[in-house]
Design a protein. Structure first.
Length: 321
């Protein structure tokens, strides 16, 4: 238990501009002090100085909510100082009336951390992992935007004038985009304003898709370079591409996140039974889209490793799957 390891726990509830903290005695769970500081480098230093008056650096732990979002700045500052930081995802007990209080949330973070058997270390926010993460996040947004643009293009083709639709009917998506890129504004030569504007809109959508294709290609190139340096063993696994490897590396890139192969297997077995709507209730700190992406990457890597160790023909198994 955490109470056996430290004398004080500092619960922190951060937001965009401020961090609210509460110093809680690990043995009595009583509140020793609380304060509010700006979410800046000076504010973080002031928070540490404030806490120093009530606890000793080697005998305390910080329970911070949102270490990957609003609490990231404080988490990084404390980690560089050698402080013990615990990732506090979400409270398991909510207030009866649903009221929100930064002070009470900070106290709740400290007290619940004291009552938990498993303590999570925050994900690393520097080095190769952070470099890979920013590309993973931006690439995923570009893929979603490209999918939306392609859907718009196809919908517009369906409703377009027959003279335009006939040029694009039966073509694959890539060929449709290439053909739309070559569409020109005929100006006064085309007296049909609807057909002229549809042609311009199709060209604009095609340019957007082409731009997103180039952006995704750039991210893929950078991800492959980073992964060859940071995790070549993942890329060496048959059936694991750079996108899956990158997502997997971002989630489990430092000691403490997944302590053993048995824990990995347990997580994989649990994932298919979790509904997306339950993510918030489970206190995973993930949005539905992020949860689905991480679940897919984790299951895929584990599936590939299981097939490989069993001696099954991976290419045939993937084809059947």
């Amino acid at each position: 238990m955490l109470a056996e390891l430290v004398h004080h726990v500092i619960g922190v509830d951060p937001d965009r501009d401020w961090i609210t903290l509460a110093v809680v005695d690990a043995h009595t769970t009583g509140i020793c002090a609380h304060g509010r500081f700006p979410a800046t480098a000076r504010g973080y230093a002031a928070a540490v100085e404030f806490v120093d008056d009530y606890s000793i650096e080697t005998e305390r732990a910080w329970a911070i909510e949102g270490t990957a979002s609003y609490g990231r700045g404080l988490t990084v500052a404390l980690s560089r100082r050698g402080e013990w930081v615990i990732e506090f995802d979400r409270p398991t007990r909510l207030t009866k009336d649903g009221a929100k209080s930064d002070h009470l949330d900070a106290v709740r973070a400290a007290r619940e951390a004291l009552g938990r058997d498993r303590l999570s270390a925050p994900r690393a926010h520097d080095g190769a992992r952070e470099a890979i993460r920013v590309h993973v996040v931006t690439r995923a947004a570009a893929v979603r935007a490209r999918t939306g643009a392609i859907n718009e293009l196809k919908a517009m083709i369906v409703a377009a004038d027959e003279s335009l639709r006939a040029q694009l009917r039966g073509l694959r998506t890539g060929d449709q985009v290439a053909r739309c890129l070559r569409l020109r504004d005929c100006g006064a030569e085309d007296d049909n304003v609807e057909r002229r504007c549809t042609r311009l809109a199709l060209r604009a959508l095609a340019r957007r898709i082409d731009h997103l294709n180039n952006e995704i290609t750039d991210h893929d190139r950078e991800l492959k370079t980073l992964l060859r340096q940071a995790a070549p063993q993942l890329l060496a696994e048959r059936g694991v591409g750079h996108v899956t490897a990158a997502q997997f590396y971002v989630d489990w890139s430092h000691p403490g996140r997944c302590r053993s192969e048995a824990e990995l297997s347990r997580r994989v077995e649990m994932l298919p039974t979790i509904e997306v709507e339950m993510v918030g209730q489970l206190g995973l700190g993930l949005g539905p889209a992020e949860f689905v992406a991480r679940s897919r990457a984790l299951r895929h890597v584990a599936h590939v490793l299981q097939l490989d160790r069993s001696g099954i023909d991976l290419e045939r198994a993937e084809h059947v799957h």
